[in-house]
Design a protein around this ligand. Structure first.
Ligand code: C2E
Ligand code: MG
Ligand code: MG
Ligand code: MG
Length: 289
């Protein structure tokens, strides 16, 4: 009886999870049509040597009509595996490129990164549609970077690589996201036409307290640079972590130390202030220690 009851409870819980997923996916379909539930926020990327903001990552936010704010960590894993994967990325791409255009008109020139899902890489015309989006707005191809996780590529390596090669040939920048967390091989890292490797935040968190972790991150940085990639550290939250990354030769940093993902208006203000202060947090790194 005991085990019977726990099985029943377990499947009731599973049923609830399943239902929440199903309704989230349905609701996300409506959100894509709604014009006011979805928006992008932008997190700055900082060149460690100069302290300049050289780019920003666009991150999706959803304000659900009854559930309120839901994070992409909850809904994207569901959307990414569904028939909405293409529409979601199209929405993100168009919104990011419109913003890119508006910023350029206002004199703010930086590279924007968007996150791309495994299924997108299997769309035969994905590269063409990205290029068309840039052309339509008269934007240079190198102003866009696509972030792709190792696991997304490893799901269908041959097809994914065909898409990635087409994008790279068109001059669109590629970044390997969450590097170190998926399972990929060094052979694959060498073959990947990526400009950038983003070291996952799980390696960067608490880096100042962990010598073995420091060794690992140093090795990841030099390996990636040796293969011709620029290295970005994600999740940089304090001056000690930044000091370590600088000593390890890391190229760029992204994290709460500089800014959280910002609303469009806040990003403009942040960028102006940052340019005026000449990157105070980076230059003050030794005193921050
Ligand atoms: P990601 O692409 O690796 O994005 C970085 C995540 O780390 C973001 O979470 C960002 O807010 C968070 N972060 C940045 N700096 C720090 C820091 O210093 N400390 C900590 N603890 N976290 C930091 P977010 O926005 O919740 O996004 C989570 C994930 O959802 C993203 O991971 C990405 O995989 C996915 N995602 C977000 N937007 C999109 C999108 O438009 N399309 C797709 N396909 N996936 C997206
Ligand atoms: Mg990313
Ligand atoms: Mg990441
Ligand atoms: Mg991630």
């Amino acid at each position: 009886i005991e085990s019977g009851r726990s099985v029943a409870m377990y499947s009731a819980g599973e049923d609830q999870v399943y239902r929440r997923r199903f309704s989230l996916l349905n609701d996300f379909g409506e959100a894509l049509e709604s014009r006011n539930q979805l928006r992008l926020v932008f997190q700055p990327r900082i060149d460690i040597a100069s302290g300049d903001c050289v780019g920003a990552e666009a991150l999706l936010r959803w304000n659900h009509p009854t559930l309120g704010a839901i994070g992409p960590g909850e809904f994207m894993p569901i959307v990414e595996r569904s028939r909405l994967a293409q529409a979601a990325t199209t929405w993100v791409l168009n919104t990011a490129l419109d913003q890119q255009l508006a910023w350029r008109h206002a004199g703010l020139v930086l590279q924007l990164s968007i996150n791309v899902s495994a299924l997108n890489l299997l769309e035969a015309d994905f590269a063409d549609r990205v290029v068309a989006g840039l052309k339509r707005r008269g934007l240079p191809h190198h102003c866009l970077e696509l972030e792709i996780t190792e696991s997304a590529i490893m799901e269908h390596p041959a097809k994914a690589h065909a898409t990635l090669d087409a994008l790279a040939q068109a001059g669109i920048h590629l970044a390997i996201d969450d590097f170190g967390t998926g399972y990929s091989s060094l052979a694959y890292l060498q073959r990947m036409p990526a400009d950038v490797v983003k070291i996952d935040q799980s390696f960067v968190r608490d880096i100042e307290h962990d010598q073995r972790q420091q060794g690992l991150v140093r090795a990841m940085i030099s390996l990636s640079q040796e293969l011709g990639h620029r290295v970005v550290a994600e999740g940089v939250e304090n001056g000690a972590a930044l000091a370590f990354l600088r000593s390890a030769g890391c190229d760029e940093a992204q994290g709460y130390l500089f800014a959280r993902p910002l609303e469009v208006a806040d990003f403009g203000r942040w960028h102006q202030r940052q340019a005026m202060q000449d990157a105070a947090p980076v230059l003050d790194v030794d005193t921050a220690l």
